[in-house]
Design a binder for this molecule. Structure first.
Ligand code: NCD
Length: 265
């Protein structure tokens, strides 16, 4: 159930399900009964009556997946809820980092850009923070969440300082659809200060990897040449790992389900 547009996430969940032999139904929520006024809960209960094994939900409101999970019998996978969380993205990012760096500990990980509106940043901070990494957030003060000092991370407003000796550089898209005012002076100015180019990247470790969850805005948060640079960019590998991680999650969740018939009355 995708209530927000998606390319990578939706396609990889669909492919993951199909590779596991599932019957996958892709609901385009913009075209569904939601348009006719049905509530999120009623739509979910209707689908629940068809006894799915899993529901995959993306929604613009934080907490939507959790709310649905309380109303249906099957497992619900959060494919992104507002600016709150995007757990499968964090898992695929962690898998990509582990493959490239050989470990998930003692790394300096810089997450850069629009932290305030990013569910990818929140889920990555939670996951990568569990395994003794140093997490740095880099971005203008206007794009930092309030109470950032309680997150247990280092905060920088300058790329040169923040990228020093970084092992992993994770760039984020400016989430314009979640902004209701002027958070940056202009896109040109933003690229000048926070867009990842060769000069800024030279402050990170020589073998630093560059990540981006997509969709990318070349020339705004990242220079196109870096995004395509096979010596640093692991952006395509992230997409590839997305299918593997989602297959693993679907497999685990359906394995643990009890498919035995209910006892006869
Ligand atoms: C991210 C998302 O939707 O939160 N993209 C994704 O899932 N691959 C990041 C974004 O939209 O910028």
């Amino acid at each position: 159930m995708f209530f927000e547009t998606s390319t990578r996430t939706q396609a990889s969940f669909e492919l993951a399900g199909k590779r596991l032999g599932a019957d996958v139904i892709n609901l385009l929520m913009q075209a569904s009964s939601i348009r006719k006024g049905e509530t999120l809960i009623d739509t979910a209960l209707t689908l629940n009556a068809m006894h799915p094994d899993l529901l995959v939900v993306r929604h613009p409101s934080s907490g939507a997946a959790d709310l649905l999970a309380q109303k249906v019998n099957c497992s619900v996978i959060n494919a992104g809820d507002g600016h709150h969380e995007h757990p499968t993205q964090a898992l695929l990012d962690a898998l990509t980092i582990r493959r490239r760096k050989g470990r998930l500990q003692r790394l300096i990980i810089a997450i850069c850009g629009d932290i305030a509106h990013s569910r990818v940043a929140r889920s990555n901070i939670l996951l990568l923070g569990k395994t003794e990494n140093r997490i740095r957030l880099i971005g203008p003060a206007t794009l930092m969440p309030s109470k950032i000092d309680e997150w247990g991370v280092e905060v920088y407003d300058d790329m040169t300082d923040g990228l020093k000796e970084a092992d992993v550089v994770m760039m984020l898209r400016l989430q314009k659809e979640r902004m209701d005012g002027g958070f940056i002076p202009s896109e040109r100015e933003y690229f000048y200060r926070y867009g990842l180019d060769l000069t800024k990247l030279s402050h990170a470790k020589d073998d630093a990897i560059v990540m981006h969850p997509g969709p990318m805005n070349r020339g705004i948060e990242i220079d196109g040449a870096i995004a395509d640079d096979i010596n640093h960019s692991v952006i395509e590998e992230q997409v590839e790992m997305g299918v593997a991680i989602r297959m693993a999650i679907m497999h685990l969740l359906t394995q643990s389900q009890d498919h035995s018939d209910p006892p006869l009355a």
